[in-house]
Ligand binder design. Structure first.
Ligand code: NAD
Length: 469
C-alpha cells in the first residue's frame, strides 16, 4: 500500500466545545435536518466519503491496531457503507407515520406515531472498532434527522483524526462535528445539553456518563461489555467446527471484540479433544505461528497489553494453547487456559483480547449455573449443543444477544438489531433499530370536529347511565 499521510493527533480543546454544541443545536432548531432529502444527501456523502477515504482509513487502522486490510474492509469500512445503504433503501419506510390500532369505541379518531428526530446527539466511541462503532450509530442519527457531535476514542488517534477530517470536509458542518480528546473533552461535552447520548465503551465509563446525563434527564443508549459465555455440550455434533469457530471469535481484531466469548464451559469428557481441535484450528489459521501472521492485529496499547498479560501471569490454570506475549510488539498470542474456578484471574474480568478460559463442567445444569456466577447479564452468549439444549440455554441464561453454533453472528449483520441487557447495555441499534434509537416515537391523535356528539359523554356533569350504554 502506498504510504498515506495521517495528521498528528490533536485534541479539540475544551474551550471550543460549548460553541460546537451550540452550532449543532442551533442547526437542529432550523428544522433543516427534518427534510428527508437532506438526510439522504448526508448519508450518500458519508457513503462516498468512506470510499474516498478508504486508503487513509486502512492506513489509520493499520497504525492504531495493526488491522489487516481484509479485516478493516470487512468490519469497519464496508460495514459502515452497508449500514448507509440499508438505511438509504429503507428511509421512507422507517420515517413514515404509522397508524396505531385502537379499540372500536375510538374508531372515529385517528391515532398515529410520528417519527421525530430526538434532536442533537452526542455519540461517544470506543477504541476497538474505532470507525465502525462511531459511524454506525452516526448513520442512525443522520437517518433519524438529528444533528450530532462525535467523540472518537483517543486510544486510536490516527483513526480519530481521519474520521474528523472525513466528516468535517464531506458532511454538513453546521449539523455535524467531531471532537477529539480524552476525559477532559468528554467531561466538557457532558456539561452541554444533549437530547440523546449514545455511548459505546466500558461499563465503568458508561456509569459515569449515565450519572451525568441523569442530571439533565438526558436519555442514554449504552453499548457496554461483559463476560460472555460459550457452552459446548456432548451433543455439539462437529467439535472441530465448534473449536474453529470459537478460535475465530478470539482472533478477529485480536479478540478486542465486546461480544467475543470470555470463557468456554464444556463437558468434561470433551476437554482433551476440544483442546486438540483448537490447536488444529490454530495451525490452520496460523501455519507459521500467530506472531508471523499478517492477519492478526495487535493490542491497542501498553496498558491493555499489561492488563491481559497480568490475567495470564496470575492464573492458577494451565495454558493449553498459545501463551506467548511480546511487549515490544504489543503481541498476545491467541491463548486458551484450562481453569477450575470462577475466581481465577482469567474469569474474573472481561478479557477483551485473544485469551479465553476453558472451564470443564459435568452437566448442562452446572454450565448454566456457572454463567450466573460469572455475569448475570452478559452482552452475548454462544451455545453449541443439540437443538433442545440450545433452546434451554436461551431460556435460562440472559444475554443481550445470542448465537447458536457459532461465534458472534448475531452482531454481524447490518439489518438486525444489536444491543446489551442489564449492565451490558440498554437500547439497540443497526438495521431499523439505528433509526429508532435516535427517533422519538410521538403519538398523535386527531379528533374529527364532526364527532362532537359521539364523545359528548366525557363532559361534566357526568352521567353514569350514559357511560354504561
Ligand atoms: P472506555 O469506556 O474506556 O472508553 C470509551 C469512551 O469513553 C472513549 O471515547 C473515552 O475517551 C471515553 N472515556 C474513557 N474514560 C472516561 C472517563 N473516565 N470519563 C469520561 N469519558 C471517558 O472503553 P474502551 O476501552 O474504549 O472500550 C472497551 C470497552 O468497551 C469494553 O468493555 C468493551 O466490551 C466495550 N465495548 C462495547 C461494545 C458494544 O457494542 N456493546 C463495543 C465495543 C466495546
Amino acid at each position: 500500500m502506498a504510504s498515506v499521510a495521517i495528521p498528528a493527533f490533536e485534541a479539540t480543546g475544551v474551550e471550543a466545545i460549548p460553541g460546537i454544541a451550540r452550532t449543532a443545536r442551533g442547526t437542529f432548531q432550523t428544522h433543516k435536518t427534518k427534510n428527508l432529502e437532506w438526510r439522504r444527501t448526508q448519508l450518500r456523502k458519508l457513503y462516498w466519503a468512506m470510499e474516498d477515504y478508504r486508503p487513509q482509513l486502512l492506513a489509520a487502522l493499520k497504525k492504531d491496531l495493526n488491522k489487516s486490510a481484509f479485516e478493516s474492509a470487512f468490519t469497519e469500512i464496508d460495514w459502515v457503507k452497508n449500514d448507509c445503504m440499508f438505511v438509504l433503501d429503507n428511509l421512507d419506510r422507517f420515517a413514515k407515520d404509522e397508524k396505531l390500532p385502537v379499540p372500536w369505541s375510538f374508531a372515529m379518531m385517528k391515532f398515529r406515531t410520528r417519527k421525530e428526530p430526538m434532536g442533537t446527539a452526542l455519540i461517544i466511541g470506543p477504541y476497538n472498532f474505532p470507525v465502525q462503532l462511531l459511524l454506525a450509530p452516526f448513520v442512525g442519527a443522520i437517518a433519524a434527522g438529528c444533528t450530532a457531535v462525535l467523540k472518537p476514542s483517543e486510544l486510536t488517534p490516527a483513526c480519530a483524526m481521519v474520521v474528523k477530517e472525513m466528516v468535517e470536509t464531506r458532511l454538513d458542518t453546521s449539523a455535524f462535528a467531531v471532537v477529539n480528546g480524552a476525559i477532559p473533552e468528554v467531561n466538557a461535552l457532558m456539561e452541554q445539553k444533549w437530547d440523546i447520548v449514545f455511548f459505546t465503551g466500558s461499563a465503568q465509563v458508561g456509569t459515569i456518563i449515565t450519572k451525568k446525563a441523569a442530571e439533565t434527564l438526558t436519555p442514554v443508549v449504552l453499548e457496554l461489555g461483559g463476560k460472555n459465555p460459550a457452552i459446548v455440550t456432548k451433543n455439539v455434533g462437529d467439535l472441530a467446527q465448534a473449536a474453529k469457530r470459537l478460535l475465530w471469535g478470539k482472533t478477529l481484531n485480536a479478540g478486542q471484540v465486546c461480544l467475543s466469548h470470555n470463557y468456554v464451559l464444556i463437558d468434561k469428557a470433551l476437554v482433551p479433544a476440544f483442546i486438540q481441535e483448537l490447536k488444529n484450528a490454530y495451525k490452520q489459521a496460523f501455519p507459521n505461528g500467530a506472531k508471523a501472521s499478517p492477519d492478526l492485529g495487535r493490542i491497542v496499547n501498553e496498558r491493555h497489553f499489561l492488563r491481559l498479560k497480568a490475567m495470564l501471569d496470575n492464573t492458577n490454570g494451565k495454558i493449553v494453547m498459545g501463551g506467548e506475549v511480546d511487549q515490544s510488539e504489543l503481541f498476545i498470542e491467541p491463548t486458551a487456559v484450562l481453569v477450575d474456578s470462577v475466581h481465577d484471574s482469567m474469569m474474573a474480568e472481561e478479557s477483551f483480547g485473544p485469551i479465553f478460559s476453558i472451564y470443564p463442567v459435568n452437566t448442562l445444569d452446572e454450565a448454566i449455573n456457572t454463567t450466573k456466577l460469572v455475569h448475570s447479564t452478559p452482552l452475548s452468549l454462544f451455545a453449541f449443543g443439540s437443538k433442545a439444549e440450545n433452546q434451554r440455554v436461551l431460556n435460562e441464561v440472559t444475554s443481550g444477544g445470542a448465537t447458536l453454533n457459532d461465534s458472534y453472528f448475531h452482531g454481524s449483520v447490518n439489518t438486525v438489531p444489536f444491543g446489551g441487557v442489564g449492565d451490558s447495555g440498554t437500547g439497540a441499534y443497526r438495521g431499523q433499530a439505528s433509526f429508532d434509537a435516535f427517533t422519538h416515537h410521538r403519538t398523535v391523535s386527531e379528533t374529527p370536529r364532526w364527532a362532537e356528539k359521539l364523545i359528548a359523554v366525557r363532559y361534566m356533569p357526568f352521567d353514569m347511565a350514559k357511560l354504561r350504554q
